[in-house]
Ligand binder design. Sequence first.
Ligand code: ATP
Ligand code: LTN
Length: 334
Amino acid sequence: MFKGQKVSFSGVQPSGNLTIGNYLGAIRNFKEYSEQYKTFYCVVDEHAITVRQVPADLRRRTYETLALYMACGLDPERNTLYVQSMVHEHAELAWILNCFTMFGELSRMTQFKDKSARHADNINAGLFTYPTLMAADILLYQTDVVPVGVDQVQHVELCRDIANRFNQIHPDTFTVPEAVLPKNGKKIMSLSEPEKKMSKSDENPNAVVYILDDRDTIIRKFKRAVTDSESEVRFAPDEKPGVSNLITIYSCFTGKTIEETEREFAGRGYGDFKLAVGEATADALAPVQTRYREFLADRAMLESQMKKGAMEATCYARDTLARVKKKLGFVQVR
Ligand code: ATP
Ligand code: LTN
């Protein structure tokens, strides 16, 4: 489809304020592929409605997520940036893939189990079939790599199984994609419960650092971060999950290795270290925040990017979908 060029695809839900987990685990790495790959980065609003959303909030966050993609350095001239619901091929392929996905496979997804426990009053079919829509997102563009955090690997594995199953019945339909994880930062943990993933839907705002938090808030949140009763800045995720998480964050934002970080803070206690992590995070996010404000203020620009992105994406998505429908035996009369 892309004359030998490889394809990168990923998505983020506009379901809340984005966190440094989203940034370090996913968005920051999208850019790495911009140079050599054909890249599609999507705001997956259809995934977001598997959990109840306030319409005005969903709309606002859709603009915000696109502005944040751009603020993180994704140039819309080099990357196709778009909104999922503006390309109807996603929903259409998702239905088809539902018929190639097993009930048992979906039942094993940990995100489904977690979210259905958290939203026990709304265990809807969309929450259950969420991974088939995600597979459709990925497979529509003949994707090679999917940059994500570790929590999404299980979904990408399922997508591979679906693609292989489909290809076995209808050869040469889909490229089988692969999840790619950042070397450092694939799972940023909560600041107050460091055994848990940092998540944008966490109810405790002190557990989470948002990309758009101001400097004082960032520093305060890190000051309050849960550590342990020792005072040694040492990387040992099982023994010292809180401190290890802070080391990871520091090392992601400064580019220093874990060992360099341990050496830098040897004999210096947690107070100093937490302040340094807060400052490094605030420094690294400051330029992203400035660009974000500029982009978000220009609604007309964002809307024209949305249109352009959706048109570009549709060109490719339409091709794959037409091929799939033909292979399935759907009548095509033009
Ligand atoms: P929610 O809390 O609503 O489930 P989320 O914070 O997990 O959302 P998503 O929109 O589901 O965010 O994820 C977007 C991307 O960010 C995914 O690739 C996901 O793997 C990555 N990601 C999310 N949280 C983290 C984290 N704590 N560490 C590393 N990567 C993360
Ligand atoms: N399921 C992902 C978001 C997502 C996605 C995708 C990621 C939807 N479609 C396609 C990569 C590729 C999540 O919950 N973070």
